[in-house]
Ligand binder design. Structure first.
Ligand SMILES: Nc1ncnc2c1ncn2[C@@H]1O[C@H](COP(=O)(O)OP(=O)(O)OP(=O)(O)O)[C@@H](O)[C@H]1O
Ligand SMILES: [Mg+2]
Length: 167
């Protein structure tokens, strides 16, 4: 039951400007610490917007032991950490559409109960992605400056955003 002293926090969007790739990696690392199996993080933005830079930071914060190219799928990198969790990093740039995405077994990656998923160029595979997700849009503002807009869809992702604000 709510009472008059309750503070209701609903954080669904944050926007941060980064100045240089190191700041984008650091932001990614803050987020990566919070990522758990089942989470889906979309990384949108034009060429050189900083999607891969952010993904590398996320992997580092998540605790990736090593970055290995998937033995089966060239567009998928697979990160692992102690305990057996996995983090898949998919670059959908070369996929034309969701049908193509099935050729990299995106549905299997999404269904892996021990894995989280990062997707660059998520627009390419939108019909396959869950409606609850973190959607990060990176925007080129200048040689070293990027606008990073992080939007949460769903309670789990709002919780991640709240936690990011606390760190
Ligand atoms: N603030 C910044 N954040 C991220 N990258 C930056 C920043 N400032 C400069 N850069 C540079 O911008 C480039 C970003 O490249 P990156 O590969 O991360 O982009 P991308 O969005 O993954 O591109 P692609 O669509 O080609 O995969 C790098 O060369 C990086 O050093
Ligand atoms: Mg990239």
């Amino acid at each position: 039951m709510s009472n008059a002293n309750d503070i209701i926090l609903s954080v669904s969007v944050i926007e941060i400007a980064t100045h240089g790739p190191a700041q984008t990696r650091a932001l990614g690392a803050r987020l990566g610490k919070l990522i758990q199996p089942g989470d889906v993080v979309c990384l949108a933005g034009e060429l050189a917007a900083g999607k891969t830079t952010l993904a590398i930071g996320i992997g580092a914060g998540w605790g990736a032991l090593e970055i290995v190219n998937s033995p089966t799928f060239v567009l998928v990198n697979e990160y692992s950490r102690p305990g057996g969790d996995r983090l898949y990093h998919v670059d959908a740039y070369r996929l034309r559409d969701a049908v193509d995405a099935e050729t990299i077994a995106l549905p299997d990656l999404l269904n892996d109960p021990q894995a989280a998923l990062l997707v660059e160029w998520p627009e390419r595979v939108l019909p396959l992605l869950p409606s609850e997700r973190l959607w990060i849009a990176l925007c080129w503002m200048g040689d070293e400056t990027r606008q990073v807009r992080v939007e949460a869809a769903g309670e789990r992702y709002e919780q991640i955003l709240r936690s990011m604000g606390d760190t």
